[in-house]
Design a protein around this ligand. Structure first.
Ligand code: FE
Ligand code: ZN
Ligand code: FE
Length: 201
């Protein structure tokens, strides 16, 4: 393996890492769709699967633009995020919408990791005067950010807090449960609401 002796080599190494991450996702996203229940969530994940396949192709183009043969190097970060997502989705949930909520959380971890990875690679490409490569990667970065926003929106609608409180029909638990539900509702809504109020600015 080549020694990383310059920013050019480093950029190629990072692309190899992202290439592996994106290829892993083309296999992981269909599994998330299978585990998900909400139609909105499934269609958002399927849309992003199509984008992810295009992102793989874009990375192959970026390698070629840099005079390199496309090759992947195991991305331990994405491997771990996908494993953790599988673990969370495999837990026992009282409501399908609770599983959907955790799948959204896992998918957003994926997007944020990708946003960080592309951000760094794009910055390095620009430092190297390779705006052509940076612009190409920026198309993928834009898609990752949009996917993250869409997931935030779905998080606000797909977890039905009312339905969950109705399922706890035990009379003696009623008072306790409505207390729990309201604190849960606040916890679930917080991140998404903070984000959407930011995007309105
Ligand atoms: Fe991606
Ligand atoms: Zn990685
Ligand atoms: Fe993505």
């Amino acid at each position: 393996m080549a020694k990383i002796d310059s920013l050019d080599t480093l950029l190629v190494e990072q692309l190899r890492d992202i290439y592996d991450a994106e290829r892993r996702l083309t296999k992981a996203i269909p599994k998330m769709v299978k585990a998900a229940t909400s139609e909105d969530l499934c269609s958002a994940l399927n849309n992003h699967l199509a984008e992810t396949e295009e992102q793989v192709t874009r990375l192959e183009r970026a390698f070629e633009m840099l005079g390199e043969v496309p090759s992947a190097k195991a991305c331990a970060g994405m491997k771990g995020i996908i494993e953790e997502g599988d673990e969370h989705a495999g837990e026992d949930y009282e409501e399908d919408s609770l599983r959907d909520a955790v799948i959204i959380g896992s998918a957003q971890r994926v997007e944020h990791y990708e946003i960080a990875a592309y951000g760094t690679a794009i910055a390095h490409a620009r430092m190297l005067g390779r705006d052509d490569v940076a612009d190409l990667l920026d198309q993928s970065l834009t898609e990752e950010k949009a996917a993250d926003e869409t997931l935030s929106e779905i998080a606000e609608t797909c977890v039905n807090v009312d339905a969950m409180s109705e399922s706890e029909s035990d009379d003696e638990e009623q008072a306790q449960s409505s207390q729990r539900t309201s604190s849960r509702g606040r916890a679930a809504g917080n991140g998404a609401r903070a984000r959407s109020s930011r995007s309105r600015k």
